[in-house]
Each structure stands twice: as C-alpha cells, then as structure tokens.
Write a protein that binds this ligand. Structure first.
Ligand SMILES: *Cc1c(COP(=O)(O)O)cnc(C)c1O
Length: 380
C-alpha cells in the first residue's frame, strides 16, 4: 500500500473481468452487470468499464443519477435503471437512451410526457411483481399496465425493450418461491406478447439464480454480487470467482497490557493474560461494522488476529498475543482469500450480515485504488 495511506480499498480490475467472463460463459445469455451503489463499494465507473471490456452487454443501475453518471463517464451501451419516485426528471435519461423501468401506469404517463418534451421515443422496460412483493406492477395491474405500454409504443412515446421481475429466494435453490415466481413470470411473458409487445429481453435472474437456476436465465441475467467475486449463495455454489476488493490499513501503535486490563469503550473485553494489542486506525466512520466488535478477525503482518472490545468510530483494537510487530505493519481487514486474509464472507458471518453489506458499506474516509493484476491490451 502507499506509504502515506492510512487506510485504503484496493480493487483488482482483472478480478472483475475474470468474474464477468465466467458468468457470461456460464449463463450463455447477455449479462447485465449491476453497478449500483457505487459498484457495491468498488467504484461504479471503473467497474462498469472493466465489465464492458469483459463482454457485459448491458449495465444495470438503480437510480437515474447513477445511470446519468455512467453516461457522463462516456458509456454509450445498453444501460438499464430501475428505481424512481413520482415527479422524477426523466428527460435527460430519455435523451441519453437509458432504458427506464416502469412499475405502473402513472410512471408510464410521466415517461410519455418526458418523451414528448425531449422529442425522442424513450426506451422502457416493464417490471412485474411475481411474488417478491417489493417493486413492480402487482398481478392485479398487469393487464392495464401492459395495455398502457402498448398504447405508448403505438403512439411513439417509447419502445418497450424489456420485461422483467426479481426473485425473493434465489440464494435458497430449493425454496418453492423460485418455481412459483418463474411460473408467474411465464404468465407475464405470455400476456406481454398477447398485448402486442415484443421486448428484446426478458429477465428474472440475479447472481444466485444465474448460477443455481438455469430455468431463470431467460434472455439475460442481472449479475451484481458475483461480478465482484463474492459468492451469491454461500454454501450452495462452487464457482471460481475472485474477490475484487481488499480493505487494508496499517497498525498505528502496539502496546503491552497486563492480565486484568480491559480494552476499548465499555471495557467489554478483559485480558486473561499479559498480552500485546495493536491499534488499527479504522472504525465505523470508515464503514467497519460496529457489529464486528469482539467477533471479526483481521490479518496483521500475515497472521490472523481477533478484534477485542468495541469497534469505535475511528479505531479498533486487535489482540497480538504477545507479539510486537512494528507500528506500520500491514493490516488486512478482508480481501482475497490468500494467506491469513479473512474474506468479506468471514466478516459477514461474524457480523450476522451478508457479504453484500460488508463490501458496499466499507469506505468512508478510506481511499480507493485500482490495480490490474492481469493487464490486457487496450481494445483497438
Ligand atoms: C441489485 C439487483 C440485482 C443484482 O443482484 P445480485 O444478487 O447482486 O446479483 C439484480 N436485479 C435487481 C433488480 C437489483 O436491484
């Protein structure tokens, strides 16, 4: 790490490309590389570029702002976004040919008005709720929703480019909701055709379903967590994904404490023997979960060390078990599973959450740096 850096996130773009290629090959259909939430904490624009280079036909973002930032970065390829609120400003996204997702007739009406102002047909994908009971048109609205979509297409307000839905339990391959949602989606596909619409892509699968349910792949797959090299369904998959993110810092200080000495706020941990402790200069102000207090581990100079006591805003303390590595020694919070490094999955299990949250939240004041461990020729 850079000698002046207190704490940094290192992202290996070669890992992103490797993971995208692996998923593209496995799926056998176009990949929508999902780069929302700043690329799950990895950096949206850089990840998007790496994903495109590795053959991702589409990009996926949640908000309009994310989609427009991708366009501003120079990306001109197929790009889908799916999270808007009433009164949203659609004009720029219509002008820049971002595929907008509509959940309702009201949203279609707003998009029609934007397309009329801009003077260009929008690109619209229709989202149906097949049982997640989150976003998307509920079953009772499908017929009027599809009918409105058809009218708008005939009037030139838009081209309906996609039909899609999202699964509730894709990381549990045997959960009956998966098959039920596929059946509901098949019904939506049939009704869409019956309404006179012919979307280019129909898609249902996120990363876990891409890997675990070939029947959910349809015409494209929306892969997020797996492109970052995190297992989308721990315990169920056996893929050669490479984690792209390493979060690292350096020991700020090392000191001896006696048996009976307690550590950090609230004195929640007390040494039962004389030992040494290391002060690690990151905390929840850097996105380190406070739930890691007393449960997660880090690698200090290549050795696994437990966090002792509470994670503070800017610091945490690790038990060095009597050893005295010099201040400045590298500390890996999580990263590629080499040597003693914990993984984001290890942190997720320790903290009672999922790898998605670990990689997406880490950051705060940490700097981000990109490396490319397998440089490739720039495409001509
Ligand atoms: C975030 C998101 C995805 C990606 O899900 P992963 O489980 O990370 O692959 C796909 N589709 C939608 C609608 C999403 O919001």
């Amino acid at each position: 790490m850079s000698p002046t850096s207190r704490a940094e996130i290192v992202v290996d773009l070669a890992a992103i490309r490797h993971n995208v290629r692996l998923l593209r090959e496995l799926a056998g259909v176009p990949v929508i590389a999902v780069v929302k939430a700043d690329g799950y904490g990895h950096g949206m624009v850089e990840v998007a570029r790496a994903a495109r280079r590795a053959g991702a036909e589409w990009l996926g973002a949640a908000t309009l702002d994310e989609a427009l930032a991708l366009r501003a970065s120079g990306d001109r390829g197929p790009l889908l976004c799916w999270l808007t609120v009433p009164g949203e400003q659609y004009d720029d996204a219509v002008a820049q040919q971002v595929d907008l997702t509509a959940y309702s007739v009201a949203e279609l009406d707003e998009i029609a008005a934007a397309a009329a102002r801009v003077g260009t047909p929008a690109r619209v994908q229709l989202k149906v709720d097949t049982g997640l009971n989150r976003g998307g048109a509920p079953r009772s609205e499908w017929e009027p929703f599809l009918a409105r979509a058809r009218v708008g297409e005939t009037e030139g307000s838009w081209r309906v480019t996609g039909l899609w839905s999202h699964l509730a339990c894709s990381d549990e391959p045997d959960h009956p909701a998966n098959a039920a949602q596929e059946r509901a989606f098949d019904e939506a596909v049939a009704l869409t055709a019956a309404a006179g619409l012919s979307p280019e892509i129909r898609h249902l699968a996120n990363s876990a379903a891409t890997v675990l349910r070939p029947s959910a792949r349809y015409d494209a797959v929306r892969c997020g967590i797996a492109i970052y090299g995190q297992d989308p369904a721990p315990g169920h998959t056996d893929l050669d994904l490479v984690p792209a993110m390493t979060a690292r810092t350096r020991l700020a200080m090392v000191k001896r404490i006696d048996a009976g000495d307690s550590v950090s706020y609230g004195h929640t941990w007390t040494a039962d023997r004389p030992t040494t402790i290391g002060v690690v200069p990151v905390g929840y102000g850097d996105g380190v979960p406070r739930h890691a207090s007393g449960v997660a581990e880090v690698a200090v100079g290549g050795k696994r060390r437990p966090i002792r006591g509470r994670v503070c805003m800017d610091q945490l303390v690790v038990d060095l078990d009597g050893e005295e590595p010099p201040a400045g020694t590298e500390v890996v919070l999580f990263g590629e599973p080499t040597g003693a490094n914990p993984t984001a999955q290890d942190w997720a299990e320790a903290c009672g959450t999922i790898n998605y949250e670990i990689v997406t939240r880490i950051g705060g004041r940490m700097t981000r740096r990109y490396v490319d461990t397998q440089p490739e020729e720039e495409p001509g």
